[in-house]
Design a protein around this ligand. Structure first.
Ligand SMILES: Cc1cc2nc3c(=O)[nH]c(=O)nc-3n(C[C@H](O)[C@H](O)[C@H](O)COP(=O)(O)OP(=O)(O)OC[C@H]3O[C@@H](n4cnc5c(N)ncnc54)[C@H](O)[C@@H]3O)c2cc1C
Length: 408
């Protein structure tokens, strides 16, 4: 397994244990079937429970039975899961960084008790609703609103591209409180929408929600036709006057710093995860190049192939160092979101290109699901785009480096 600068020797016992546990989980539960799931577009939802049993969801939190592991341990977990498939890593990222973290950080004690144990165990599935059909890279312009009504709010709007929306029990919906006061900036708030119906009620009398597919006024649908992240469920959430009680609001945060701080957490995991996907591609290419014979010997003897392998190994190693440094900064509380942007941007671009080069080394076999590179390459198109596109992270870095914000 590629670890050219021997980062392994600096890992402590906890880090090794988590890394090895995740690696074994992927070998046993993901690798044997991932090609088939990808081909058939099947989301391996059955893995939630097994992942919960192994504390794969938000293990950095210290609450209840959550173990409070180090940022490096968490990074290694993401790396190993994404070596299996980006969809599997996304299951853990969304559940942990985008759903459990905001509930832990910004939720009331009652919200924590209601959701964290079930989400940690994988008995409940969560999703994070920020993106809308007309507002992707610019989520601050979101149109989803929560209008005060009785002792609660009515939610209206559509969230799209939401990982796990079709199977989720709870959604963290980011929306603007619409108090009817035109001209004022409506504050962005997070709302916990119980998709199973316990918290979205029809008891409000005359203005009852009309859609009841999943619960009053809330409907979810699957997005079909994806050529990337095929072993992951992605959907839309339609909110039509869906009533939620006042205590569904996350009390501890107001404004875009709510969703953006969750994204920084998730992007940290992606910076590590991308290294895992790239490493998996590299290992497949190295093995293939040494086995496959053309012109009377292994293709690995050709300098052209060696150059590709040398370049891949070097880029993976530099990305590993970047991720590892983020872990050190995060552990001592010094990590800035812009540094996470640099690592997400660099490491995902690296993984995208490494996956394509690995695919190339595998020749015709490289385009099948029998080998991982093409699947990882397809997944990287999503990873390059979600959690802030490559361009958006470029602009974040540009603003940080020059003091001039190109978004304005
Ligand atoms: C499989 C998948 C899962 C996802 N899961 C979730 C989820 O769980 N929750 C969630 O909320 N969202 C999720 N997303 C949505 C994702 O975060 C968005 O797709 C992403 O933010 C980009 O938004 P967009 O697709 O609307 O593209 P747009 O914002 O329309 O961007 C289109 C292009 O324009 C570029 N662009 C935009 N603005 C600028 C600018 N200022 N300067 C230069 N270039 C610019 C972009 O880089 C991109 O290349 C998911 C997406 C996918 C594909």
């Amino acid at each position: 397994m590629l670890d050219y600068l021997d980062l392994e020797s600096d890992l402590d016992g906890e880090e090794r244990l988590i890394r090895d546990t995740a690696r074994e989980f992927v070998d046993e539960h993901v690798r044997p079937e991932i090609g088939e799931w990808f081909e058939s577009g099947t989301s391996p939802d059955h893995l939630f429970e097994a992942m919960g049993e192994l504390d794969f969801f938000a293990p950095t939190l210290s609450w209840g039975t959550l173990p409070g592991v180090s940022p490096r341990s968490y990074g290694l977990l993401m790396q190993e899961l994404e070596a299996g498939d980006s969809g599997v890593r996304s299951m853990a990222s969304v559940q942990g960084a985008l759903v459990m973290s905001p509930i832990h950080e910004f939720g009331s004690e009652a919200q924590r008790e209601r959701w964290l144990p079930d989400l940690a165990a994988g008995d409940a599935v969560g999703c994070f609703g920020l993106t809308e059909p007309e507002h992707g890279s610019d989520p601050a312009s979101m149109e989803t609103t929560a209008m005060p009504d009785g002792d609660g709010y009515r939610l209206s709007g559509t969230k799209t591209w939401i990982t796990n929306a079709p199977i989720a029990d709870v959604a963290v919906i980011w929306c603007k409180i619409d108090d009817g006061d035109a001209g004022t900036d409506d504050p962005v708030r997070g709302v916990l929408v119980d998709l199973d119906g316990d918290g979205v009620s029809e008891e409000q009398g005359e203005s009852e929600p009309r859609q009841t597919d999943r619960s009053g006024g809330v409907e979810t649908s699957e997005i079909d036709g994806k050529l990337s992240m095929r072993a992951s469920s992605t959907g839309e959430i339609h909110l039509r006057d869906a009533w939620v009680p006042e205590d569904a609001l996350l009390p501890g945060v107001e404004g875009m710093k709510g969703p953006l701080s969750c994204l920084t957490e998730a992007r940290y995991g992606i910076a590590w995860g991308a290294v895992g996907a790239a490493r998996d591609c590299f290992e497949a290419a190295r093995e293939y190049a040494t086995d496959r014979e053309q012109f009377g010997g292994p293709i690995a003897r050709f300098q052209l192939q060696q150059e590709k392998l040398a370049e891949m190994a070097t880029r993976i190693t530099t990305a590993q160092l970047l991720a590892d440094r983020l872990a050190t900064l995060k552990a001592r509380g010094d990590l800035r979101p812009q540094q996470v942007s640099m690592a997400k941007r660099n490491n995902v671009r690296m993984a995208r290109e490494v996956a394509q080069t690995a695919r190339e080394i595998l020749g015709g076999n490289g385009i099948t699901t029998d080998y991982p590179p093409m699947r990882h390459a397809a997944n990287m198109e999503t990873v390059y785009t979600y959690e802030g596109t490559h361009d958006i992270h470029t602009l974040i870095l540009g603003a940080d480096l020059t003091g001039i914000d190109a978004f304005e």
